[in-house]
Each structure stands twice: as C-alpha cells, then as structure tokens.
Design a protein around this ligand. Sequence first.
Ligand SMILES: [Zn+2]
Length: 95
Amino acid sequence: MSQIEYYVEAESTCARCDGTGMIMHPLWEEFEKEFHSIVVRTENADKAMQWWNENGYYESPDIECECPDCDGRGLIIERVLLEDAIQAIMTRDQA
Ligand SMILES: [Zn+2]
C-alpha cells in the first residue's frame, strides 16, 4: 500500500518587509551609505546623478520597490507536512 503524505500551507508575515510588501530599493540603501543621506543636496546633485548613471539608471528609481522575498504579498506561504504543522502547533502551545 502506498503511503499518502498530507500537506498544509503555513502562512507567516514576511520578515524582510515586515508584512508591508515593500522594501527600500537596494540601490537606495547603497546610495544612503555612499552619500550618508537619501536627501540629495544641491552641491551633490551632479555627483548623485553620476552615481545613478554608473549603476545603470538614467533617473533615480522609486525609493520603495516590491519585496522580492514575498513578491509584494507581505506573506510567506510554505507547504509543510501536516505532521510537522501539528508538532509545531503543540510545541508553540506548550511554550
Ligand atoms: Zn516581503
């Protein structure tokens, strides 16, 4: 007799975007490190634009972008074995 495995979906809040579905654009994070601010001051404007050009952007992109970990859903959905899910629930309830 073949063994049947049962699965359920485990849904959790995405840790990377904290459930918002959006994160700061990774290049903006680098920009902030480089320029110590995301505010472009007038005296830095040329340098900032040059930086974006060097990183492949003709204009700076939106500060926020869709979270790549959850594809903008804010949730992580995993397929887990029913036994593992029950075990996890029982362990959680004992804590
Ligand atoms: Zn996310």
